[in-house]
Design a protein around this ligand. Structure first.
Ligand code: HSE
Length: 310
């Protein structure tokens, strides 16, 4: 067995209110670590998983990291040796913080490093998306792309993986609260209706355009007015006890906007500086305390690094 490589991929916040499946950002702090080693036997094997309380599968095809690694290895036509991976979760999973995406991103970068970097970071993206697809059955890059590439990422097309980096205004902070309630991404996607009213489409498109423009121009007022979700949030809010109270508390504490992080149950708020972000975090956590729901708080700048070799 070779010495191996160790890779870290950060957690991420998907959707950003008005960009369901097409917008996401990476955060500092929580994430997943993968150790990959070359082994004699062809194929991928998962030899160790920690931090998952026994809840993640060792079967490669059922595991986001395992599948991402396998797809990449197959694409590269590597059959003379195999890869052994260890997954160390340093973040909650099933939280709406892109935990399966982080595993998939760390896995593809680790395999690429073991193979002496045949692909660029950007070229690794489709394999990580295929890995993450194992988690909820859908092919979307709004967690994977920011986790792999860092920053705020806009996806014009998930099918074509036409992804674009959006500038991060100086001072932009994110506060994320993870309440310890169970929300499965599959269920959270399953409850969504597939019909829209034309006026909802118009409002959501206006907000999406406004948010992108606001980020380009560091226009915090415009960002704030645009961080609204008139389509997904009203349908998913029922899955998160106290959601509207948390949102109100965050806005009162100075948030530019506040909505569900990915498929939930985490809730995120953006703000214009660190101090406001800390205050928002305290206000959001207080709501869950009053509801007697345990929660974890993460306050972070936008992570600009993405997945990296440790
Ligand atoms: N955009 C996805 C969703 C992210 O909201 O369902 C979670 O996979």
């Amino acid at each position: 067995m070779s010495v191996g490589v160790k890779v870290f991929a950060p957690a991420s916040v998907a959707n950003l209110a008005c960009g369901y499946d097409i917008l996401g950002l990476a955060i500092d702090g929580p994430g997943d670590e993968i150790i990959a080693k070359q082994v004699d036997k062809a194929g991928v094997v998962i030899s160790k998983i920690s931090g998952a309380k026994g809840k993640l599968p060792y079967e490669v095809e059922k595991n986001t990291a395992g599948t991402a690694a396998k797809k990449l290895l197959e694409f590269l036509g590597e059959d003379k040796f195999g890869i052994d991976i260890e997954i160390h979760k340093r973040m909650p999973f099933g939280s709406g913080l892109g935990s399966s995406a982080a595993s998939a991103c760390a896995a593809v970068m680790a395999v690429n490093e073991v193979l002496k970097r045949p692909l660029t970071r950007r070229e690794l993206l489709p394999f990580a998306v295929l890995g993450e697809q194992v988690a909820d059955g859908a092919y979307h890059a709004d967690n994977v792309a920011p986790s792999l590439m860092g920053g705020i990422i806009f996806i014009r097309s998930n099918k074509e993986l036409d992804v674009h980096r959006v500038p991060v205004p100086k001072g932009l902070y994110v506060s994320v609260i993870y309440p310890h309630v169970k929300v499965l991404t599959k269920d959270s996607r399953g409850i969504l209706g597939d019909m829209l009213k034309l006026d909802q489409h118009i409002e959501q498109s206006g907000n999406l355009g406004g948010l992108i423009l606001g980020l380009y121009n560091s226009n915090f007022d415009l960002i704030g007015r645009s961080l609204r979700d008139v389509i997904i949030e009203p349908q998913r809010a029922q899955l998160i006890p106290g959601f509207f109270q948390v949102q109100e508390a965050a806005l009162k504490a100075g948030a530019l906007g506040c909505s569900i992080s990915g498929a939930g149950p985490s809730i995120f708020a953006l703000s214009a500086n660190n101090l406001i972000a800390e205050n928002i975090g305290v206000a959001m956590q207080k709501v869950f305390q009053d509801l007697k729901i345990k929660s974890d708080l993460f306050v972070s700048e936008i992570n600009q690094t993405g997945t990296y070799l440790l």
